[in-house]
Design a protein around this ligand. Structure first.
Ligand code: FES
Length: 498
C-alpha cells in the first residue's frame, strides 16, 4: 500500500525546480531518471497552490487529471502543498538481533556498505569476526537520481549538491551507527562502496568520473578519522577501488570470496546498473587479476522496466510454469506491485520457452499480462536484452583478455541480492551467463558488507586487497572490438531446444 507525505512548499523556494527543492530539503523523493522526465517516479500530487513550467513563473504547469505533476519538470511558484508518495520499506529496517549486554562495544567495529540504492551496516565483533547486528535503509541520495551517473551529474550542475549529498548520507550513516552501537563509539569502521559513493561519503567531488577519461580523485585505501566526518568511530578505513567503475564494494567481495586464494580461474560479478567484475586467473594460471565494468542499465534492479520494482514487499520475485499457466510468488507474499530482477529473469525465460517471445525479443502479445494489473512490454524486453547482453559480453571479454575460456572457470560468484535470489536455470536459459558448468555458479549475497566485516577482524586483508587492487588490470570494453561483436550477438536470446 502506498503512503503519502504532506509537504508544504515555502515561498523561499520560488523559481527552484520542485524536485531539487525536495531533494535539498531531504525528502525521500525518487528520481530514477535523474530528472529527465522519463521515469515518472518523481510525480507528486498538488493539493493547493500552483507550479510553473519555467523558472520565471510565467508558464503555468498543468497537473494531469489526477492532479499529478512530474516534480523534475516544474518550478516552485509561491506557497503550495503537495503529496509525495512514500513507498513502504523506505525507512530503516528493523535491526537483526540485539547484541547481548555482555558484548563490549570497545571490541566491536562497524562495517558499512554504501550501495547506490541501499545502505547496509553491521556491528562486528573484531576478535572473531562475528556479525552481531545489521541494519539497512535506502540511500537518501536517491532523490538525486537512481544511478551513479545521475549523482555525478547533480554535482556537475551545481557544486553545492556535493555537500548536500554528503550531508544526507552522513546523517543516515550516523542514525544507523546509533542503532547498531546504542550510541557507543567504536574503534574501527570499514567502508565499501563504488568509487562515486566513496567520493561522496568523504565530500570529494566525483565529477572527474562523469566524463572521459573517467578519473577518480582517489582509488587507494583511505584512512580517515571519525572526527573528520562527525561519526562515532576512531578510525574509518575506505576499502580500495581499482578504477572509476570498479570500487571498494567489489574489492570487499574479493575478500569475502577469497578469490586470490584459488588455484584455478574464478570470476566475481556484481550485476548492478554497472556490471562490475573481477577475474582472477588462479595461482596456477599466471596469478593475474583483470577487472572491468559494463553499462548494463538498471533493468535487473527493476528500474527502467515499466512495472519494475526493487526487491521490496510485493515484488514478483519468481515465476514458474505449472503446466497450465504462469504462477508467481511475491516478496512477503504481499499483493503484487511490480517485478524485481529475479522475477524478470524467470518471466523472460518462460516467455521464450513457451514461444510467447521469439529469439529476437519480439513479444507475440504486447503488453503481456503476468500478474493482476501488471504487464511486461516489448520495450521492457529491450531494456532486459541490453542488460543481459552487456553483462554476458563483459564477462566473456574479460575471460578472452585473460586467455581463458568460461569453461575453465572453477567458480563464478554472483554478488548482490540478485545472485542470491535468481534461478540459475532461468539465467542460463535467457543467455545472461557464459557457457560454463552450471555447478560452478554461486549466488554469494552482499559480499561488500561481508568483506568489509572480514577486513575489520584482520587488517592483513586490507593490505592484501590494497596490493591486489593496484595490480588489477582494467580492461576498457569500449576499446574492444570483440565486445561490440559479442554485445550484438547476445542481444538475441538462445534458441530453444525442442
Ligand atoms: S520523471 Fe522526474 S525524475 Fe524521472
Amino acid at each position: 500500500m502506498n503512503h503519502h507525505m504532506t509537504i508544504h512548499i515555502p515561498l523561499s523556494a520560488q523559481g527552484i525546480r520542485l524536485s531539487t527543492h525536495l531533494a535539498e530539503a531531504g525528502y525521500p523523493i525518487t528520481a530514477d531518471c535523474g530528472g529527465r522526465g522519463k521515469c515518472g517516479k518523481c510525480a507528486v500530487t498538488v493539493v493547493s497552490g500552483s507550479f510553473s513550467s519555467t523558472p520565471d513563473g510565467k508558464v503555468p504547469a498543468i497537473p494531469d487529471d489526477s492532479g499529478k505533476l512530474l516534480s523534475c519538470r516544474v518550478f516552485c511558484n509561491g506557497e503550495a502543498v503537495i503529496l509525495l508518495p512514500v513507498s513502504k520499506g523506505s525507512g530503516l529496517t528493523a535491526p537483526t538481533e540485539r547484541p547481548s549486554a555482555a558484548v563490549p562495544y570497545e571490541a566491536c567495529g562497524v562495517a558499512l556498505d554504501i550501495g547506490t540504492t541501499t545502505l547496509a551496516a553491521a556491528l562486528v565483533h573484531r576478535t572473531d569476526g562475528s556479525i552481531l547486528r545489521t541494519t539497512s535503509r535506502l540511500n537518501p541520495q536517491k532523490s538525486f537520481g537512481a544511478d551513479v551517473m545521475s549523482r555525478i551529474q547533480a554535482v556537475m550542475e551545481n557544486e553545492a549538491h556535493l555537500l548536500t549529498m554528503q550531508k544526507l548520507l552522513l546523517e543516515d550513516v550516523r542514525a544507523m551507527l546509533e542503532v547498531l552501537t546504542d550510541g557507543h563509539t567504536v574503534s574501527h569502521m570499514t567502508v565499501a562502496g563504488n568509487p562515486t559513493m566513496l567520493h561522496l561519503f568523504c565530500g570529494i567531488s566525483p565529477v572527474g568520473m562523469g566524463t572521459y577519461p573517467f578519473t577518480p580523485v582517489f582509488t587507494d585505501t583511505k584512512v580517515l578519522s571519525g572526527k573528520d566526518l562527525g561519526l562515532p568511530a576512531d578510525q574509518i578505513i575506505l576499502l580500495p577501488s581499482v578504477s572509476a567503475f570498479i570500487g571498494g564494494d567489489l574489492t570487499a567481495g574479493m575478500i569475502a570470496c577469497d578469490i586470490t586464494n584459488h588455484a584455478a580461474p574464478v570470476l566475481l560479478v556484481d550485476m548492478g546498473t554497472n556490471g562490475e567484475m573481477i577475474l582472477y586467473t588462479g595461482k596456477d594460471h599466471g596469478d593475474k587479476l583483470y577487472g572491468t565494468s559494463t553499462a548494463a542499465g538498471p533493468a535487473l534492479e527493476g528500474a527502467g522496466i515499466s512495472t519494475g520494482t526493487g526487491g521490496v514487499s510485493g515484488a514478483v520475485s519468481s515465476v514458474v510454469w505449472n503446466g497450465v499457466s504462469l504462477q508467481y510468488e511475491t516478496v512477503d507474499h504481499a499483493p503484487p506491485i511490480g517485478i524485481c530482477g529475479s522475477g524478470l529473469i524467470d518471466l523472460v525465460s518462460l516467455l521464450l520457452l513457451r514461444g510467447i517471445m521469439d529469439e529476437t525479443g519480439y513479444l507475440e502479445e504486447d503488453p503481456f499480462p503476468y500478474a493482476e494489473k501488471l504487464t511486461l512490454t516489448g520495450e521492457d524486453i529491450r531494456a532486459f536484452q541490453l542488460a543481459k547482453s552487456a553483462l554476458r559480453a563483459g564477462m566473456e571479454v574479460l575471460c578472452e583478455t585473460a586467455g581463458i575460456s568460461p569453461q575453465d572457470l572453477s567458480a563464478l560468484y554472483i554478488a548482490g541480492g540478485l545472485g542470491q535470489y535468481m534461478r540459475m536455470d532461468s539465467a542460463m536459459q535467457v543467455g545472461l551467463l557464459p557457457d560454463c558448468p552450471k555447478q560452478i555458479l554461486q549466488g554469494v549475497g552482499n559480499t561488500a558488507l561481508r568483506g568489509a566485516a572480514m577486513a575489520l577482524r584482520d587488517p592483513a586483508w586490507v593490505e592484501r586487497i590494497t596490493a591486489d587492487a593496484r595490480r588489477c588490470e582494467t580492461v576498457a570494453l569500449n576499446l574492444s572490438p570483440s565486445f561490440s561483436d559479442k554485445f550484438m550477438e547476445y542481444m538475441l536470446f538462445p534458441e530453444v531446444e525442442t
